[in-house]
Ligand binder design. Structure first.
Ligand code: HEC
Length: 108
């Protein structure tokens, strides 16, 4: 009995690990497919700030993922500089949330 319980928890931990890795990949793939990399690099300013800089600025802020998701969907200006980000058309709420979680996981 105990052995079964132990194996079940090992399996659960492994499965969760894979799920987390898969989600991280999804966020990056989504950012690629929505052409976010036209204006953003992983780190360092392109047209907009690097994803690492965005993560660093928003890390630990309350509702950070929600704030970033809304910035993508509605556009944003003034947080990083004079250049505004236009609203990203065709982004669903759930895609925006997945990308936001992925961005926030990029902090160094
Ligand atoms: C036309 C260029 C452009 C494209 C395309 C673009 N961005 Fe941006 N993005 C910017 C600029 C410029 C800023 C800085 C805006 C500011 O200072 O608030 C920014 C800011 C951000 C921010 C920080 C929000 C904030 O408060 O400033 C996030 C998150 C973000 N972009 C994600 C994305 C994602 C995800 C995509 C793809 C769906 C995307 N961007 C596509 C130019 C772009």
């Amino acid at each position: 009995m105990n052995k079964i319980v132990r194996w079940t928890s090992v399996l659960a931990v492994v499965t969760l690990g894979f799920a987390a890795a898969a989600q991280a990949q999804d966020g990056k793939d989504l950012a690629k497919s929505h052409a976010c990399f036209t204006c953003h690099a992983m780190a360092g300013t392109k047209v907009g700030p690097g994803f690492a800089e965005i993560a660093a600025k928003f890390a630990g802020k309350p509702n950070a993922a929600q704030t970033l998701a809304e910035a993508m969907e509605h556009g944003e200006k003034g947080t990083f500089g004079a250049m505004p980000m236009p609203a990203q058309a065709g982004l669903t709420d759930s895609d925006a949330k997945l990308i936001a979680d992925w961005i926030l996981s990029q902090k160094k």
